[in-house]
Design a protein around this ligand. Structure first.
Ligand code: BTN
Length: 336
């Protein structure tokens, strides 16, 4: 039961108050405010303020009290709903966030929630996945503390054939988020990877629940490597995978990246729901890794070789082959 002298209300009230407190602390390590002032501005008692400091501590924010002054001395890199909400400025996406320390797969949980009626924009995020899934039945290495592993429930009114466009849209929003926030060039590797300097930094797994002519819901899962060092990757991946920290030599706030991605993606997604992927294909092509390069495309049992010529307005990959132009709507591309 809540102690009435320290209770800060519902979880929503707590999160809202804690957010205001963080803003008063200047939102940065070293920022501070006088204790009396904090009590007054937040309309809380001394006991409630202590409770708020404890709550923030549990969410990764350490506040130190000394001589009547409160200072923010540590900001942890947590990916819980509080931390994400702190940075969030979207209208639809992320209004519901389910965060977990450890989960099998965020895609699996998001799928279950969607089947139970979870609204459009629901986010499932986990610090660690024990059974992270990649494309084509592969597994996705998802250790704790180092990556951003999340899934998004979407309910667009589109036909199933248009759903792959959502992977491309996600890759584009992710590449733009990385580029504008981390100040490093990020490319899209068709159909759904992000690369930095030719190495994979993120993968996307899009899963679809549909009838023949109508989409029920889509789960878009994103795995972004954030803090890994080279040795954190399994040896088979070391030459192909990278992380934001390896490429920028900086540490990042995963919650902030997630919130920025949701903002970026929401902007594009609203247009996608009206007009499909066509308005975005020029920009995606501009950001495409492997443009003009000779590649091998594995699509089902077929292997096609050719030069990457660009993207069709529906998001299909165009290859120039010895026998003419080839359109691929799915498959795995590798450099020859
Ligand atoms: C790939 O490149 O093969 C796609 C990888 C997708 C991994 C993410 S991590 C979050 C979400 N949950 C999963 O189980 N998979 C996706």
């Amino acid at each position: 039961m809540n102690n009435p002298s320290t209770s800060l209300g519902t979880r929503k009230d707590q999160i809202e108050r804690a957010n205001r407190f963080l803003t008063l602390l200047g939102d940065r390590i070293g920022g501070g405010i006088a204790l009396d002032d904090a009590e007054k501005r937040l309309s809380v008692s001394a006991a409630q303020l202590r409770h708020l400091i404890e709550l923030l501590g549990g969410w990764g924010y350490k506040v130190k009290e000394s001589d009547g002054q409160l200072n923010l001395i540590e900001v942890g890199d947590f990916v819980n709903d509080f931390a994400v909400r702190h940075y969030l400025s979207t209208k639809v996406l992320g209004q519901k966030i389910h965060s977990y320390q450890s989960l099998g797969s965020t895609n699996t949980t998001a799928w279950q929630l969607a089947e139970q009626g979870a609204p459009e924009g629901t986010v499932v995020v986990a610090d660690r996945q024990k059974a992270g899934r990649g494309r084509l039945g592969r597994s996705w290495h998802s250790p704790p503390r180092v990556g951003l592993w999340f899934s998004l429930v979407l309910r667009p009114e589109i036909i199933p054939a248009d759903a792959p466009g959502l992977s491309l849209l996600t890759a584009m929003a992710l590449a733009q988020t990385i580029q504008s926030h981390c100040r490093i060039e990020a490319k899209i590797k068709w159909p759904n990877d992000c690369q930095i300097a030719g190495k994979k930094v993120a993968g996307i797994l899009t899963e679809l629940s549909s009838e023949l002519d109508r989409v029920n819901f889509v789960v878009v899962g994103v795995g972004l490597n954030v803090h890994q060092t080279k040795s954190d990757f399994p040896s088979a991946l070391r030459s192909k995978a990278t992380s934001l920290t390896i490429e920028t030599r900086k540490k990042w706030q995963r919650a902030e990246i997630l919130a920025l991605f949701l903002k970026e993606f929401e902007y594009f997604y609203l247009q996608f729901k009206k007009s499909g992927i066509a308005p975005f294909t020029d920009e995606i092509e501009r950001r495409m890794a492997l443009l003009g390069q000779k590649v091998k495309l594995a699509s089902g049992k077929e292997i096609i070789t050719g030069k990457v010529a660009g993207l069709a307005p529906d998001g299909a990959l165009l290859l120039e082959t010895k026998t003419g132009s080839y359109r691929a709507i799915s498959g795995e591309v590798s450099v020859l």
